[in-house]
Every structure is written in structure tokens, then in C-alpha cells.
Design a protein around this ligand. Structure first.
Ligand SMILES: Nc1ncnc2c1ncn2[C@@H]1O[C@H](COP(=O)(O)OP(=O)(O)O)[C@@H](O)[C@H]1O
Ligand SMILES: [Mg+2]
Length: 243
């Protein structure tokens, strides 16, 4: 059985043009992500991981090269259409959660569906479902500053998956969390993947990258290695009481 290709990148370059210096952050990246995969993008600080993820997430565009998501050629998209493709196909989880403080947990998770113009009934059922998946339905009416960092990241994950996207992108999801909360978020991502979500996760933490099906290693804006995992992974438990 052939798997659907979700992401296909060909010779992607990204140059940041400063007033004095030009940074060639991505230097010819070609890769594919298949439906159902859990892929880790690894490499030292500054090697281009976040840049690659923002391009994959249509938050920024490449200077050169081609990028298809779910068969859609993104290079020719106008801004509005690009936003629409992002909203329909991609869920994005940031290291710093990026929840809107003035909105409740429920309203934050509802946002992607509000942007799609879904009706209240559809939104209610999808948000309830997403909050249940991440174990946060009991905090639906709380504001982000009334819950812990680990809980905020769960809510951010619910927001990413509420619209049933083809691809969930996660940038250093455990970077702002302690080990216990980090492990719990990692377990959640693995569960979502087992339930069918395709996940690409940036991390420099080898404890977590080893849990992905496949690792894509970057150095100085280039792919320098690929690793395929052989055995079935489990979050290594430092703390016995981790959920
Ligand atoms: N908005 C930006 N403007 C200019 N340079 C940037 C910008 N974002 C990232 N860079 C540079 O691009 C390179 C890759 O950065 P980044 O993708 O953030 O790496 P990583 O996520 O692997 O730490 C670095 O040299 C960084 O300084
Ligand atoms: Mg980064």
C-alpha cells in the first residue's frame, strides 16, 4: 500500500536579508513527509530548524525551491489563499504556546474554526472533542494565565488539532516545560500520532527525537543525516509518577 505524501519539498533555500549581513538559513532542503508519520527535525541551535518549520507551516515563504502540501503547490498562492491553505491543512504548536491571554481556553481552541466560518454547533462539538483529547475539558472556561505551562501547551495542541489538519507542526514543544510536563506533552503527541495525526516536531532534545519514526538531521541549513527508528518507542520515564 502506498502512503500519501503530505509534504514534498524540493531544493528549498531561505535567505534572510539584513541591512549588513545576509543569512543563508536553508541551503537546498529536499524532503518528503508521509501520512501517519512522526518525524523529528534535529540539529544544533541556529541550524535552521525553526526556519524550515515556519516555511512548512506557511508562516513564511522560501527564497527558492518548491513546496507542495497535500498536493497543493504553495509557491503560486496569493496571500489570502495561502492563509486559507494554512487554516485548512496545518496545525502549528509553538514553544511559547502563543495562546491569546484575553480569551478563554475554549475560545482559543475555537479560533481556527471561527476563521473557517464554521457554525456554532460544529465548533462546539469539535472544541469539546479536541479538549477531551488533550485532557483539558475541565478548564474550558479558564484563561491561559490561570493554568500551568504544561496545561497551556495541551491547549495549544488542542487548537492545532481542532480543525483535523493533514499536518501538525510542533517547534520545541517541551522547551519551556520541566521534565515531568515535557514527558507528558510528548506522550500526548505520540498518542495523537497513533490515532492518525501526521506530526513533524523540531527538537534538540535527543531523549525526545529518538521517539519519532524518523529523524531528519540538519546542520548549517542542510540535511546531513536521516535516521529510521527500528523499535516501538516509549517515553523514557525519569519520574515514575509521570502520567
Ligand atoms: N527573522 C530572521 N531574520 C534574520 N535571521 C534569522 C531570522 N530567523 C532566523 N535567522 C537566522 O537563521 C539561522 C537559522 O535560525 P533558526 O531557523 O531559528 O535555527 P534553529 O531553530 O535551528 O535554532 C540563524 O543563523 C538565525 O540567526
Ligand atoms: Mg528554533
Amino acid at each position: 500500500m502506498s502512503k500519501n505524501i503530505v509534504v514534498s519539498m524540493q531544493n528549498i533555500h531561505k535567505k534572510y536579508l539584513g541591512t549588513e549581513i545576509e543569512t543563508h538559513a536553508l541551503q537546498g532542503i529536499s524532503l518528503r513527509i508521509y501520512e501517519g508519520e512522526f518525524v523529528a527535525i534535529t540539529g544544533p541551535s541556529g541550524c535552521g530548524k525553526s526556519t524550515l518549520l515556519t516555511i512548512m507551516g506557511l508562516l513564511d515563504s522560501a527564497s527558492e525551491g518548491s513546496y507542495h502540501i497535500s498536493g497543493i503547490d504553495t509557491s503560486s498562492l496569493k496571500v489570502d489563499h495561502r492563509t486559507q491553505v494554512r487554516n485548512q491543512h496545518i496545525g502549528y504548536v509553538f514553544q511559547s504556546f502563543n495562546l491569546i491571554d484575553s480569551m478563554t481556553v475554549y475560545e482559543n481552541v475555537a479560533l481556527p474554526l471561527e476563521h473557517r466560518g464554521e457554525n456554532a454547533q460544529v465548533i462546539k462539538s469539535a472544541v469539546t472533542d479536541a479538549l477531551e483529547k488533550v485532557g483539558m475539558q475541565h478548564r474550558a472556561q479558564y484563561k491561559p494565565n490561570q493554568i500551568s505551562g504544561g496545561q497551556q501547551q495541551r491547549v495549544a495542541i488542542a487548537r492545532a488539532l481542532v480543525g483535523n489538519p493533514d499536518l501538525i507542526l510542533v517547534d520545541e514543544p517541551t522547551g519551556n516545560l520541566d521534565t515531568q510536563n515535557g514527558d507528558a506533552v510528548m506522550k500526548l503527541l505520540m498518542t495523537l500520532n497513533k490515532q492518525g495525526s501526521t506530526i513533524v516536531m523540531v527538537t534538540h532534545d535527543s531523549r525526545y527525537s529518538g521517539l519519532a519514526h524518523r529523524q531528519i538531521q540538519l546542520l548549517d541549513g542542510k540535511v546531513v543525516g536521516k535516521k529510521q527508528l527500528q523499535t516501538s518507542p516509549e517515553v523514557p520515564s525519569k519520574n515514575k509518577d509521570v502520567a
